[in-house]
Design a protein around this ligand. Structure first.
Ligand SMILES: [Ca+2]
Ligand SMILES: [Ca+2]
Length: 149
C-alpha cells in the first residue's frame, strides 16, 4: 500500500484509485484519498478531508474539531453546498440530505477498530462503504464540520 507523506506546509494531497495511506503532517492540508479503502491522517493544522461515496471505506485517524478539521462529503451531485446545518451535535441514526435531495447520509455510532472507543461512521443510502472518524463519537461532532453535496 503506497504511503503519501506531506510536508510541514499546507498542501493538497491526492491518493490513487487504490488503497492509500496519506499522512499530511503539519499545515492546513486537503486530503483526498480517491478510490480504494484509504487511511487518512491530517497531522497538525486545520485539515480538509474529502470523501467520495464510491463503494470504498476511508478512515480518518486524527479528526479534530478543535483544530478546525472539516469533512467534505461528495455524493456525486457536483455541488458542495454545506449540506447540514442546524445540528448542534450529531447522534447515532442522525440523517441529513444534500441540497438537491439526491443523497441521504446516515450517522452511525460504532466501534470500527474494536478498541473500545466509539467511532463515527457516515454512510450514504445509494452506496456501499462510508467514512470513519476514528476515536470521535457522533455527539462530539457538530453540523458545521461537515460539508458536501
Ligand atoms: Ca495537516
Ligand atoms: Ca485511494
Amino acid at each position: 500500500m503506497p504511503t503519501i507523506n506531506g510536508t510541514n506546509k499546507g498542501e493538497s494531497l491526492n491518493g490513487t484509485a487504490s488503497a492509500d495511506v496519506i499522512d499530511a503532517r503539519r499545515g492546513n492540508d486537503m486530503l483526498d484519498g480517491h478510490g480504494g479503502d484509504d487511511v487518512l491522517t491530517g497531522g497538525g493544522g486545520a485539515d480538509k478531508f474529502i470523501f467520495h461515496f464510491d463503494g470504498s471505506t476511508d478512515v480518518i485517524t486524527d479528526f479534530s474539531r478543535a483544530a478546525g478539521d472539516t469533512v467534505i462529503l461528495d455524493s456525486g451531485a457536483g455541488v458542495y453546498d454545506g449540506i447540514i446545518g442546524g445540528f448542534s451535535y450529531l447522534y447515532d441514526g442522525a440523517q441529513f440530505s444534500n441540497h438537491l435531495g439526491t443523497a441521504t447520509f446516515t450517522v452511525h455510532a460504532t466501534d470500527y477498530d474494536g478498541d473500545g472507543v466509539t467511532d463515527t461512521l457516515i454512510t450514504e443510502g445509494g452506496h456501499e462503504g462510508g467514512l470513519v472518524l476514528l476515536g470521535i463519537a457522533p455527539s462530539s461532532l457538530t453540523g458545521d464540520v461537515i460539508y458536501g453535496g
